[in-house]
Design a protein around this ligand. Sequence first.
Ligand code: GLU
Ligand code: MG
Length: 447
Amino acid sequence: MTSSNPFPTATHRIVQGTIVDLAGVIRAKNVPADRLDVFARNGVGAPKVWVVFNADNNFAENETFNVTGDLRLRLDASQVRPLDEHILWGPTNLVEQNGDPSEYDARGVLRNVVDKAAELGYTARFGHEFEFLLLPEETASERNPDIFATPWPGYGAVPFIGQEEFFSDLIDAAGAAGITLEQLHTEWGPYQYEVSIAPEDPVRAADNVVLLKLLLKRVAARHGLTAVLSPKPFVDQTGNGGHVHLSLNRVDGNSPILSGGDLRYGLSEDGAHAIAGLHRHLAELTALLAGSPVSLLRLRPDTWSGAAIGWGLENRETAIRYIAATLGNPHGANIEIKACDLSANPYVEIAGLLAGALDGIRNRLPLAEPTEGIPSEYDEEERSERGLSLFPATFDDVTKAFEDSAVLREFLGDGLVDAITAIRNLNSETYKDTPAEELVYLFRNIW
Ligand code: GLU
Ligand code: MG
């Protein structure tokens, strides 16, 4: 254990090390707390086929990934934090048996992309919003619960009543684990709530997403509730977003690129190119941001999910919502990617977003006109000036855009892109004829 980390304390009996698979599911291995050092040094076994683990528990097996072969999950002891007073959590890295990094390790790939950003002269910070349903345990697995029939005042003060203990416990658990919750509120949809976390450097931000998901589920369970994070838990109800906020600074002088410039809204040239890069690559990025079999069901107009590929100042209907530097915005100017949801693997999600922004900057991609109104109300010419389009219509369209992405292959590596493609193709085969009602039910409690 590193001396800077106080864990385990005498009460901690178990260490849980997690890996997020490429379908976004958090998988874990646990050891008794006194074996923490072994977990960190030697790692514990993870079948190689886990690389192509699908969210429905099947594997996209092929010649590379099948019943043979083993990798290791190695605990990052410097990041061990408490889930409660008995069990500790830590992120793991996927390594080969000899300890070499695996090309399929999403956390390692993110670290490589962060290094690449630094070489190009930039650092980045990421923050996440979590929308979720808070349902009585038995309701969470019912096909068509009748509780949704009762009217619900969106963003209302009244539906917060009765949940104060849950949120107080969540603040405490997150605080003990080193996560600052910034906001807690009632959301638009019935039984829907939201919490958000402060921006951090990319790897820590992704680790925090994993940890906060686990804390949300644990604290909810202690209150007889289930926190449902699926992007679309019920066909007829509002979806859950997992909006991601990002900002970039120049290494040189540590100055922000999204504010303090001479362009529109205070953007610098680098800032404009970064938005242009994200805009250009959003279709292929969809596989990493909103890639689950139910994700496209959420990306519908008029739901504030950012269902149009485009950008605008504070626009909630475009996938890229630029937020300028104002007093009301203590973390400074940033870009909110609204299309993101919580089925994403946060490591590859952040790596992909960083890749898109960096590609825009290094190629000086031109920024389209901003979208100032409702995307569907523009005519064709106005849409083209704004680069406005819809997300790929089908799951297979997303796969095609992703598989063909030279930028994602360059930044993430062919191994990771091919593994994600294999998982997507398995999903496509398995669920091509499954009605939406059944799909949302099957995937409701997976992430
Ligand atoms: N629930 C919406 C979504 O699916 C977002 C609502 C909001 O703007 O917070 O992303
Ligand atoms: Mg929200």
